[in-house]
Design a protein around this ligand. Structure first.
Ligand code: BDP
Length: 319
């Protein structure tokens, strides 16, 4: 009888495990499969699944299936989305200090940016996100953003006068366009192709992999590499989920994110090269404007953001 009971209890427990299944986590990204950020998320997901022995399964929803970035940030804060890879831009409206990373010509180059992001300044800002209900796990590379336009190339800041330029929903970017004399049109990433095609906007700005992936080069073929900003991406977890994780699981999530960074960086560099080649083959014309003209023209923006002054000096001092 006792033996029978033991077997019964074991069977019941076994069945419970069988049917409990993994906890499904939803991860958002507005890029398509294959893009460096989405592939980075896949690495992170795999590490989480393996290291938690299958307790968690991360389902990735690419191509803005869960909404445009502003909406997904809101949903992540509410806990409806568990993991989110977004540009820092849509975060600025929720957490102003992050806006410092969208100041133009802030970083000298890719290497400088990574030193800052992976040093104490980057860590502090990631930590700060908790104040608004997001737990920042890591940054991803998003290169440098430059202008692309439909009718004529942007060779000097004056060329932007009166042009309607799509920007991310980021107050710093909106003000940057104003300082340059353009009319900023804040718009979701997914709407840009049609807006360029129908003349709702005269141009937009982004890094080469995004310009290529979205096929914006088909409708805006003048690409001027002024590299005005280097706005990194960030991977965040909802604080609602975070607070349910055990201390060990928190370490696993952080480790998984960090493990994915080097992979994303590698793909990023490959994609930059591939994108520049592909857009030119697709008919885009590349211009190399005198960057110093743009650097001069954006200076008034720095006066508009005295709250970033101290941090900017610290960033510039990072060698
Ligand atoms: C790309 C970012 C993406 C943004 C997009 C944009 O990777 O997250 O949504 O820019 O311009 O570079 O909105």
């Amino acid at each position: 009888m006792r033996k029978f009971l033991v077997v019964l209890v074991l069977l019941v427990i076994g069945t419970m495990f069988l049917f409990a299944g993994p906890i499904i986590l939803r991860a958002a990204d507005d890029h398509a499969e294959g893009y460096p950020t989405v592939e980075g998320l896949k690495v992170m997901a795999r590490v989480i699944e393996v290291m938690t022995n299958g307790k968690y399964k991360v389902e990735i929803y690419p191509s803005a299936q869960l909404g445009s970035e502003k909406e997904t940030v809101e949903q992540t804060i509410l806990g409806a989305i568990d993991i989110n890879r977004v540009s820092i831009s849509p975060i600025v409206a929720f957490y102003e200090p992050m806006g410092v990373f969208s100041m133009p010509y802030l970083f000298r180059d890719q290497e400088h940016m990574w030193k800052v992001l992976e040093g104490s300044i980057g860590e502090e800002l990631l930590k700060g996100l908790e104040e608004v209900g997001l737990v920042g796990l890591c940054y991803y590379d998003a290169g440098a953003r430059s202008f692309y336009t439909v009718k004529k190339p942007v060779l000097k800041p004056e060329d932007l006068k009166g042009m309607k330029i799509r920007v991310q929903k980021n107050p710093v970017m909106i003000n940057l366009m104003k300082v340059l004399g353009a009319s900023p049109v804040p718009m979701a990433f997914e709407e840009v192709y049609t807006a360029l095609q129908t003349g709702v906007i005269d141009g937009a700005e982004n890094n080469p992999p995004s310009y290529y992936e979205t096929r914006h080069f088909e409708v805006a073929k003048y690409y001027s590499l002024d590299g005005h900003t280097r706005i990194p991406e960030v991977v965040v977890v909802s604080k609602v989920l975070w607070d349910q994780l055990t201390p060990e699981e928190k370490i696993i999530f952080k480790t998984a994110a960090i493990a994915s960074v080097e992979y994303e960086k590698l793909l990023w560099n490959q994609w930059e090269e591939k994108a520049m080649k592909a857009v030119q083959e697709g008919g885009a014309q590349i211009f190399y404007p005198d960057v110093t003209l743009f650097q001069k023209a954006v200076q008034p923006l720095y006066d508009q953001y005295p709250q970033y002054k101290e941090l900017i000096e610290k960033i510039q001092a990072v060698k």
